[in-house]
Design a protein around this ligand. Structure first.
Ligand code: UD1
Ligand code: CA
Length: 467
């Protein structure tokens, strides 16, 4: 098998996006359009991927280098195309990067939903010697290049919409913009392109006629899934493709047994692994790497990013979890929310309860610990069965440094306490409500740190107007 090189055209302006951001950097499922294309291309195990940049070149190159530069097992390169004189001219810019022994697959940076197996089938159709075109029949082919076939059905040419005759415009089979061709064949054809056409552009599609003239077989690999060749030219099309992509993800999860209350109100922007009998209510968003164990239930309107949620845990509605780089872990049978917020480094043990308006950051809560209402735990180590009262907070930040709070097993912290870190509360202790603690507390003790209650008998409140 010949090695595969990939060229991705991404120099166009994307005027209809009406945005300062280069079109190929607009995001679908929280990944740049071009990143989708690069990721799909990588399934071909290419030797090299060359991205043709022009409009916003520096920004596009930096974004894609960040996305796949370091981790890629292919060689990522860029070729600038300035000015943009057409798709043929675009591919010409990549020629110095391409290997004569290779087959090159030509893709567009604004067509994000092509599947890897489709590209592989196209490479197979090329077979190291043919010109293979990805085509499909459309009810409304307007705007696309048409596949012109001879009486024996052999492909003769691609004619662009603007150059097509009335009869040619009635052809429904269109060129998707994706082809696979041996580099050694492509090179001389590109050198012979001209711009004598309605748009005065160098058309890549003109190589089809040249292939026919040179006796090279042109194979049309026809698919029926329009989504795979759909391009993004406007915000409306971007939103349509986002929905289509999400529908595809939702269906794949449901095939695995995940129950979604409504697949139309469900968004995955990363990877979501689910055990058996997971239920996800409406309007949930999953970002980064998320794992849901067996029987996990996610309530409506949750946003969950970079988290691992163990079997049987229940995340009640309106909970926000974002583990960022450090991650969040939720133990088996834990109950979280409604309206809870778990931040990076929250590590919750089995059967932990986190209630409404409780924020947890960089803290470990051991089995059975509870913080049920209106509380903050930051940089804390919380023992088993601790009960952390409403309105209590760890004062973990002195304005310059963060300090730890350590709460021993079975401690009860009353309501409205301020634990000024660094501080350690001994196991089994009790902290009276309203305490501001600055010193460690002994195990088993009741610790109270607040103004003592005073009652003055027969107190007369001031009266308006009295002297
Ligand atoms: C192209 C095909 C057409 C096909 C259609 C599928 C040609 C001449 N026509 O038409 O047959 O049906 O795609 O969508 O190839 N680009 C550059 N540099 C350029 C011009 C374009 O990088 O100088 C990039 C664009 O950014 C885009 C891609 O190439 O990502 C396709 O360009 P576009 O102008 O959309 O091609 P179409 O005219 O739609
Ligand atoms: Ca286009």
């Amino acid at each position: 098998m010949a090695a595969v090189d990939v060229v991705i055209m991404a120099a166009g302006k994307g005027t209809r996006m009406k945005s300062k951001l280069p079109k190929v950097l607009h995001r679908l499922a929280d990944r740049a359009l071009l990143a989708h294309v690069v990721d799909t291309a990588s399934t071909l195990k290419p030797r090299r991927v060359v991205v043709i940049t022009g409009h916003g070149a520096t920004e596009v190159e930096a974004a894609i280098t960040r996305h796949s530069g370091a981790k890629a097992d292919f060689d990522l390169g860029f070729a600038r195309q300035e000015p943009q004189l057409g798709t043929g001219h675009a591919v010409q810019q990549a020629l110095p990067h391409l290997d004569d022994e290779a087959v090159v697959v030509v893709l567009s940076g604004d067509v994000p939903l092509t599947q890897g197996d489709t590209l592989q089938a196209l490479v197979d159709a090329c077979g190291g010697e043919n010109l293979a075109l990805l085509t499909l029949a459309l009810d409304n082919p307007s705007g696309y290049g048409r596949i012109v076939r001879g009486p024996d059905d052999a492909v003769l040419a691609i004619v662009e919409q603007k150059d097509a005759t009335e009869a040619q415009r009635r052809i429904q089979e269109i060129y998707s913009g994706i082809m696979a061709v041996p580099v050694a064949r492509l090179r001389p054809w590109l050198a012979r392109l001209d711009n004598q056409n309605a748009q005065a552009e160098y058309y890549l599609t003109d190589i089809v006629k040249m292939a026919v003239a040179d006796g090279v077989r042109v194979v049309a690999h026809k698919i029926s899934d329009e989504l795979q060749v759909a391009g993004v030219n406007s915000p409306v099309q971007l939103a349509e493709l986002e929905r289509a992509y999400q529908r595809r993800r939702a269906h794949a999860l449901m095939e695995q047994g995940v129950r979604l209350a409504d697949p139309a109100r469900f968004d995955v922007r990363g990877s979501l692994q689910c055990g058996q009998d997971v239920f996800i209510d409406v309007n949930c968003v999953f970002e980064g790497q998320v794992t849901l164990g067996e029987g996990v239930r996610i309530g409506a309107n949750c946003v969950i990013a970079n988290a691992s949620i163990a079997a049987g845990a229940v995340i009640h509605p309106f909970t926000h979890i974002d583990g960022e780089k450090a991650g969040v872990s939720v133990g088996q049978g834990a109950l979280i929310g409604p309206f809870a917020r778990l931040r990076p480094g929250a590590q919750l043990g089995d059967e932990v309860h986190i209630g409404n308006f409780v924020e947890v950051k960089n803290s470990t809560l051991a089995k059975g610990a509870k913080a049920n209402h209106l509380a903050y735990l930051g940089d804390a180590t919380v023992g088993e069965r601790v009960n952390y009262g409403a309105g209590s907070i760890t004062a973990n930040y002195d304005g310059a440094n963060k300090h730890r709070t350590v709460i021993g097993d079975d401690v009860h912290v009353g309501s409205n306490c301020v634990l000024i870190a660094p501080i350690k509360l001994g196991a089994g202790g009790t902290v009276g409500g309203g305490s501001t603690l600055t010193k460690d507390t002994p195990a088993g003790a009741l610790s109270v740190a607040r103004g003592r209650q005073v009652s003055i008998p027969d107190w007369q409140r001031p009266v308006k107007g009295a002297k």
